[in-house]
Design a protein around this ligand. Structure first.
Ligand SMILES: [Fe+2]
Ligand SMILES: [Fe+2]
Length: 213
């Protein structure tokens, strides 16, 4: 096979794997849609992985592919349990790697890198591969802006105490953004603004004024 033809075949195979992964995730979430982590969240995270990977690694097609491949299944474990959902996402992925004809044809190295990004998407020190960092930044970006506020309220079913605790975590998430691209998306889109505003409103409504006379 000529090099050009070989490259085309490889790209076609990768595109098929992405479609396969996407369809499996859509089918799973159609049966069970976890609060604030529905297929809308997944699609936006994949969109952010594409944007971040393209901007950070414009010449590296492999990283761009692996970032999207990890984005689709990262929260499938939430259909099992919220707690330690990343481990369940890993279990589901391992099954898909075994049983699906397209996904099983991925190289061992690619499977391992996708798994690494998925099972460590909660861990800000898991930096062995670029796609793991890209996935975490993409996932965090969906917690900010108007959509982030909506998701936070939905996740805590409107419970103000829990929402306020959740809001504090957003400061850590913002500080832990690693890529230049994600930081600039936050900055330019003022995505922290709505988070700050919600926090200000909730805190203001709870100010106590005590009178002693
Ligand atoms: Fe997650
Ligand atoms: Fe997520």
């Amino acid at each position: 096979m000529f090099p050009k033809e070989e490259k085309r075949t490889m790209l076609r195979k990768k595109a098929q794997c992405l479609i396969r992964m996407k369809n499996k995730v859509i089918a799973l979430f159609a049966e069970n849609s976890p609060a604030a982590h529905d297929i809308g969240h997944i699609s936006r995270v994949v969109k952010w992985t594409r944007i971040i990977a393209r901007s950070e690694y414009p010449q590296d097609e492999e990283i761009r592919f692996l970032s999207r491949m990890a984005g689709w299944p990262h929260d499938t474990g939430r259909t099992v349990s919220d707690e330690n959902h990343w481990d369940y996402s890993g279990d589901i992925l391992l099954d898909w790697f075994k049983e699906d004809s397209f996904l099983s044809s991925l190289s061992v190295q690619h499977k391992e890198r996708i798994l690494y990004a998925v099972v460590n998407h909660w861990n800000d020190e898991a930096n062995d591969f670029p796609e793991a960092i890209i996935l975490r930044d993409a996932d965090k970006l969906d917690s900010f802006g108007e959509i982030g506020v909506k998701r936070l309220v939905e996740y805590h079913h409107g419970n103000e105490e829990k929402i306020m605790r959740g809001l504090r975590l957003h400061y850590q998430m913002k500080a832990d953004l690693k890529t230049k691209t994600a930081r600039s998306i936050m900055e330019q889109g003022n995505l922290f603004g709505p988070i700050k505003e919600l926090q200000r409103n909730l805190l203001s409504s709870r100010i106590k004024k005590l009178k002693l006379t």
